[in-house]
Write a protein that binds this ligand. Structure first.
Ligand SMILES: *Cc1c(COP(=O)(O)O)cnc(C)c1O
Length: 419
């Protein structure tokens, strides 16, 4: 079977919307277009019924009750609402910026990790400027955050712990149920950004002791611009200070007319994920293992980033020594994936996630994140392996450093002459 180019291996960035989700959405554009908050006519009731069904589908996927689901525009918003909403609600003292005593308020302690998504780190930094004390834990070299790391960071005044379930760059899985149990023992609110986990791996907010959980439709074959936040209603009942004021939708936590069409598609995507989770996980895992095995056996000086086994099935992050990252990307133009470099305003910065694991700038730049999805095929994996092997070998034939390495010289110990 011929492979259609370019091939898509960037499913951790976004996924194709499942045609079955699109089909479910279509009537809600032009026929059933009512506002779900219109209580006095059929159009409104149709919208509300559709949203109710989606709420059940989303809740079922994570073992929650429908009343515990708050619709948002995606994980960025869910994380903001969870983190700022909980911190401000459970703050120990009022916002010092509005009082007479300067800005150090001692408003409470928050724990997070340096390799979280920016949609967690930036809200935490915002809270820091509001007088909260934030600990940004440094991850270990394998990237896995354990219960004991959190236990060591907990303080008397800790009000919130936020740790992602699976890392979006390296795919590593943190000890979420264990951290959840610890937080519940200590009476601390626990939030997890589960964007790369939900829909791919079994999730049960009761069993896993989670108070707040963010996830996003477009990372699991639903449409873009819609997401959800799970907010625990009992044992304990978690309250949030709203960020957006308006009509009091979503029990006052998130005002704004609901994106009925998007929610219908998201709900359908949740239902589809429930049914295909087991088989899809097996399939993706075997494809990723093949990708990993072939690249590691056919190329020298290759390093898989993050823990060897504690990883979600769809993400492989791999570094190739002695190649330049930009040139590598140019050499595999028909393989859509992400690199270990992030474009900032002026330059290419090595990924802060890889750096936080202690990976050097050079190797971080020469890393690829290959992420598989529902429509990835074995032929595509084979094609990607051939393409990457060819590009890496080609770049190395032109690299003087690679020649030195092959002659047995430790390139890292060379004293370069500078002028
Ligand atoms: C994609 C992603 C986000 C952002 O989600 P949006 O729905 O695009 O706002 C947040 N966290 C993680 C881990 C992600 O992978």
């Amino acid at each position: 079977m011929a492979v259609k180019l370019p091939i898509y291996m960037d499913n951790a960035a976004t996924t194709r919307t499942d045609p079955r989700a699109v089909e479910a959405m279509l009537p809600y554009f032009t026929e059933k277009y009512g506002n779900a908050a219109s209580r006095n006519h059929k159009f409104g009731w149709e919208g509300e019924d559709a949203v109710d069904l989606a709420r059940e589908q989303a809740a079922a996927l994570i073992g929650a009750s429908p009343k515990e689901i708050v619709w948002t525009s995606g994980s960025t918003e869910s994380n903001n609402l969870a983190i700022k909403g909980a911190a401000r609600m459970y703050a120990k003292t009022p916002d010092a910026r509005h009082g007479a005593n300067g800005t150090t308020g001692g408003r409470g302690h928050i724990i997070t990790v340096a390799h979280e998504h920016k949609a967690v780190l930036d809200p935490c930094k915002r809270l820091q400027s509001e007088g909260f004390d934030v600990t940004f834990l440094q991850p270990p070299a394998d990237g896995v955050i354990t219960r004991s790391m959190i236990a060591a960071a907990l303080r008397e005044d800790t009000i919130l712990v936020t740790v992602m379930w699976a890392n979006n760059e390296i795919g590593t899985i943190n000890e979420i149920p264990e951290i959840g149990a610890l937080c519940h023992e200590r009476g601390v609110i626990f939030h997890t950004d589960a964007t790369q986990w939900v829909g791919k791996m079994p999730t049960d907010v009761e069993r896993d002791s989670i108070d707040l959980l963010s996830w996003s439709s477009h990372k699991m074959y639903g449409p873009k611009g819609v997401g959800a936040l799970y907010v625990r209603r009992r044992n304990p009942r978690v309250r949030l200070e709203a960020i957006q004021d308006g009509g009091g939708h979503e029990r006052g936590m998130r005002s704004g007319t609901l994106n009925v069409t998007g929610i219908v598609g998201f709900g359908k995507a949740c239902e589809l994920a429930m049914h295909s989770m087991e088989s899809e996980r097996e399939r993706l895992l075997s494809l990723r293992r093949k990708l990993e095995r072939e690249l590691s056996s056919r190329l020298e000086v290759v390093q898989v980033n993050g823990h060897a086994d504690r990883r979600v099935p769809h993400i492989l992050n791999i570094s190739f020594g002695f190649v330049e990252g930009e040139s590598l990307l140019m050499g595999i133009k028909d393989i859509a994936c992400s690199s270990g470099s992030a474009c900032t305003s002026a330059s290419l910065e090595p990924s802060y996630v890889l750096k936080s694991l202690g990976i050097g700038d050079e190797l971080a730049h020469s890393s690829l994140r290959l992420s598989l999805g529902r429509w990835s095929t074995e032929e595509e994996v084979d094609y990607a392996v051939e393409g990457i092997v060819k590009a890496v070998n080609h770049l190395r034939t032109m690299s003087p450093l690679w020649d030195l390495h092959k002659e047995g010289i430790d390139v890292s110990k060379i004293q370069w002459q500078t002028h």
